[in-house]
Design a protein around this ligand. Sequence first.
Ligand SMILES: *Cc1c(COP(=O)(O)O)cnc(C)c1O
Length: 391
Amino acid sequence: MTFEEIKNEEQNYMMHTYGRFNAAVVSGKGATAKDESGKEYIDFTSGIGVNCLGYCDDGWVKAVASQAATIQHISNLYYSPLQTEVSKKLCELTGMDKVFLCNSGAEANECAIKIARKYSFDKYGKGRQKILTLVNSFHGRTVTTLAATGQDVFHNYFFPFTEGFDYVTANDAEDLEGKLGEDVCALFIELVQGEGGVMPLSDEFVSAAAKLCQEKDILLMIDEVQTGMSRTGTVYCYEQYGIKPDVITSAKGLGGGVPIGACICSEKLSGVMTAGTHGTTFGGNPIACAAAKEVLSRVTTKEFLEEVNKKGAYIREKLSALPNVREIRGKGMMIGIVTEKNNAKEIAVKCVENGLLILTAKDLLRLLPPLNISYEEIDKGIEILSRVMDM
Ligand SMILES: *Cc1c(COP(=O)(O)O)cnc(C)c1O
């Protein structure tokens, strides 16, 4: 099929839920993708932070392929050693206590929301169900995670949304304190707001929030769906803030390209979700778990994390010399660029034409390159970006 044919068929047969770039990506290796005509693209997106080991990494392919040839699925009515291995590793990495495996970021967040409400219900009874999130946050596309998302543009059409959310201005401890009423059971936050514009929270705000939560037995829940899996230079971003969350949610990079999510809770919450209170058909699927096991064994080593930090710094340094750059934000290899001309979307479209896949978030350019991208690919990508920024 030609690109025009692919595009037409998409128009004919798929719901028009995505604003897509003009490219059909059909194969890839490392941080280089190919379209249907064989044209190559440097990938600064990882499929929105998913392909943390790039396209078709040898070890990852082997893990997935050999698992597909061993057992592809088994119901959660039976035990699965791969699930327990992945869960154990997540607990060891975080010092937390129990894991629920699911299939996406939104699902991991749904689990977190259910844990918060049930913990509070079990301990305090009805009426303490409100969850505070941040203005400009993003937590997913289900009706409940849309309600959790602190952006009015997402609160349309699908009424009624799930009740019991309120929104605090990021980095405003006073606003938080004012909203921490008797009916609040949890604070649920991203530490670097991804979709909201690659906006890291301040140390002061996060420390103050952690302290307030602890004093009032309010759960501190961190949405690490985008910041997790070593993206920001530590396995999870909360490590950089010196806090101990009650719940962490993880997805995107966790499977390196297959759908898997995890909701991880502390010891205090280990007994909250009892038999029959939660479940999913696909959660902890063996192929997804084999992929996650490979990812976890690779991206969490000291050497790998050092590389992520080195490459993050290298990319930032290169970017700061480009035209049309006003500000560079983010942590590690989660990078946002505010442009002088406020033309991120236009730049991203032109980058695709010129062989570079790059994201936007609000009115920023956003880079989430594969964590193991080569320096050669970084240089090639920046060279394309530099030419486009100069237009
Ligand atoms: C992408 C994202 C989600 C939603 O994940 P899905 O897998 O698309 O459901 C939730 N939270 C954050 C912070 C995200 O970046």
